[in-house]
Unconditional design. Structure first.
Length: 389
């Protein structure tokens, strides 16, 4: 992996135009910025003056669903492009600019393939527009669901643009949907995320969570914080927590506390050995032993959910799933949440295997005895971050 800029790095945290206009949700801040971009330009220039080496184009609010509320959906491309170009104009071509994408907010009751593809193409459209406007990377901010994060990362990888992901978590590292940040880290770095991080309102908890993640992080960790709400001791602890990318939500307002990050050591090294040999479901990562204790083969039938629930009480550490068709792959993705164990899958054709890898929302283990060409088996496993066993 070639990281897009030198570490450690301080990034500004202006991710949406409403942060600049300070308007309520009944007013379209993007329309205001489009008519009078001076506050955007001034804020970005101040961020750089205060020490930010990377800035964000505040496109988080420029979504189809939000613009539709104001009758402005036809301005989706125009606003994303304009805001990004004005950000670049403000800071110059030597400062990397990232585009911001927010969660797709698609409701999943229960999870389906169609919902995943809807999310994937929602992200793909947004990221393509931002890449065409000149951004150097994408920040997926305040993510909630692992399936949504996977859709966004796969979309970014398909157009070859670096992608960073942040989750908003509680003191235990969980978001309101129960997604665990270590499970998300393990899954997303395996499919190609370039950086991953968290935002926790409790800074002490944030430091503790980052320190827990560091031994498993093969990619830089991101710390999101607010210098206005933090004292120097807390900021110093963040700089020691293992994070290499720092996003300051108050970067353009003052420069008093900036030096702690400009001198922070970069702990991220490509040659550092990490413990990332783990499968994952949305709520848990499973660090695997050398020898797995597998269940008896489980077929994808109408009573699959009952069968895998029963396996939770057996002396095994992975569920062995037999897949014979893409319908089986769909059934696995729809029933996987019923188990609290990782899955090892066996498929004898590449179409079925790819369907399973794409729609399972976590990190799978793949049986190397699948009757699939070795190079294709390896390629698909790498694309979707699976473990070959």
């Amino acid at each position: 992996m070639s990281f897009p800029f030198r570490l450690p790095v301080l990034c500004d945290g202006i991710t949406e135009c409403c942060q600049l206009t300070e308007n309520d949700s009944d007013i379209c801040s993007e329309k205001i910025i489009f008519a009078a971009p001076e506050c955007l330009i001034n804020a970005k220039r101040q961020s750089v003056k205060n020490g930010s080496a990377v800035v964000l184009s505040p496109t988080g609010g420029v979504t189809h669903s939000r613009l539709e509320e104001f009758g402005l959906d036809e301005e989706f491309v125009t606003y994303n492009t304009f805001i990004t170009e004005k950000t670049t104009e403000a800071v110059g071509t030597q400062i990397p600019v990232g585009g911001v994408a927010v969660p797709s907010r698609l409701f999943v009751p229960p999870y389906t393939r169609n919902i995943f593809e809807d999310a994937y193409f929602t992200y793909l459209e947004k990221m393509t527009v931002l890449k065409d406007a000149g951004v150097h990377f994408i920040l997926m901010k305040n993510q909630n669901n692992l399936w949504d994060m996977r859709a966004g990362v796969l979309a970014a990888k398909s157009i070859n643009i670096p992608v960073f992901v942040t989750m908003k978590v509680d003191e235990d590292g969980k978001n309101p949907n129960g997604t665990d940040y270590i499970a998300a880290l393990i899954t997303l770095q395996a499919i190609g995320a370039d950086a991953f991080g968290i935002f926790c309102k409790d800074i002490d908890a944030s430091c503790r969570l980052l320190e827990r993640a560091f031994p498993h992080a093969e990619i830089p960790l991101i710390a999101v914080f607010n210098t206005e709400q933090s004292d120097m001791e807390q900021l110093t602890e963040i700089s020691k927590s293992g994070a290499s990318v720092f996003i300051d939500l108050a970067c353009w307002k003052n420069e008093e506390k900036r030096s702690v990050f400009q001198t922070a050591p970069s702990l991220f090294r490509l040659d550092t050995e990490k413990d990332s040999y783990a499968a994952a479901i949305d709520c848990e990562a499973f660090f695997l032993p050398d020898n797995l204790e597998l269940s008896e083969p489980v077929d994808c039938t109408y009573d699959m959910s009952d069968n895998i629930i029963d396996l939770d009480d057996e002396n095994i550490n992975a569920v062995y799933i037999m897949l014979n068709s893409t319908d089986d792959a769909a059934m696995l993705s729809e029933n996987a949440a019923m188990s609290r164990l990782p899955f090892l899958i066996h498929a004898n054709d590449s179409i079925t295997l790819e369907a399973a890898l794409r729609y399972y929302q976590g990190r799978l283990i793949v049986d190397t005895r699948c009757d699939i060409d070795e190079s294709e088996l390896t390629s698909l496993s790498q694309k979707y971050g699976a473990i070959l066993y």
